[in-house]
Design a protein around this ligand. Structure first.
Ligand SMILES: *[C@@H]1O[C@H](CO)[C@@H](O)[C@H](O)[C@H]1NC(C)=O
Ligand SMILES: *[C@@H]1O[C@H](CO)[C@@H](O)[C@H](O)[C@H]1NC(C)=O
Length: 240
């Protein structure tokens, strides 16, 4: 008797739970996507105790001339001038030929304000320097997966968060590199004749930016990288 009652009342409860959890999953996914799309600046953290570490600690990731650098957080103190990276995460729009690579999240950043233009940050396939460009410029290189670590603070590429280095290519000009091989960039810097440059390991940290009123175009999708393949349609193509 008692068992029978329990069995009957149990059924709707179980169904109720599984419905709720499927709704819950969707809601969680939406929440996750929204968090991924939150715009952030990127700050360098250096915990070493050399002068270079102290100089670079707290600097901002900036973009200029198709490369990614560290520079003073205050734009007016930058020479040469550079644009403060304003980035977020979204799936990289693979081409048909690269679909099988399925590199997951890309890291688009605004590279200018007016008109707003988005490009992808990537590590050059051969030199390992961080660069940015539209899809055709980036697709053959290391475009992802970019990610964050558990606390959503530290940025990683190909699951590595301790693989970023600032290299002083010229006096006072610190370019960012990705140590893909785990040899502290020895091979790639030697190939480029940069072994004598100062270099400092840096951690890249997200600094969430409050949303400003959107620029003229819809800013929730990286239209800018659409420059990679004719205007307009790529933002969509990237969404899968
Ligand atoms: C790296 O670049 C070379 C040419 O520069 C290309 O042949 C190769 O496919 C690229 N590697 C990846 C993983 O895309
Ligand atoms: C991608 O960017 C490069 C360099 O800015 C440019 O020459 C090229 O035309 C762009 N590609 C497309 C399809 O817009």
């Amino acid at each position: 008797m008692v068992i029978g009652l329990l069995a009957i009342t149990a059924i709707p409860t179980v169904t109720g739970i599984s419905l709720a959890s499927s709704e819950q999953r969707k809601a969680n996914q939406r929440k996750e996507d929204n968090r991924r799309m939150m715009k952030f600046n990127i700050q360098a953290e250096c915990d070493g105790d050399t002068d270079d570490d102290r100089e670079l600690n707290g600097m901002s990731v900036v973009v200029r001339n198709e490369k990614v650098y560290l520079a003073d957080p205050n734009p007016s103190n930058r020479s040469p001038p550079a644009f403060t990276a304003l980035a977020f995460y979204i799936e990289y729009p693979e081409l048909d030929e690269t679909k099988h690579l399925d590199r997951g999240l890309g890291l688009p950043t605004y590279v200018q304000e007016d008109p707003p233009l988005l490009n992808w940050i990537y590590a050059d396939n051969e030199t390992y320097e961080l660069r940015y460009g539209n899809r055709s410029q980036s697709v053959e290189h290391v475009v992802g997966p970019w990610d964050w670590c558990k606390d959503e603070r530290i940025i990683s590429l190909e699951k590595k968060k301790k693989a970023f280095y600032a290299v002083e290519e010229k006096e006072g000009e610190w370019a960012l590199y990705f140590d893909r091989d785990g040899d502290e960039l020895e091979r790639v810097l030697e190939e480029q004749g940069l072994l004598d440059c100062a270099f400092v390991p840096v951690t890249l940290v997200r600094r969430i930016v409050e949303e400003k009123p959107p620029p003229a175009q819809s800013q929730s999708q990286p239209q800018g990288e659409g420059q990679g393949q004719g205007q307009g349609q790529n933002g969509k193509a990237g969404q899968k």
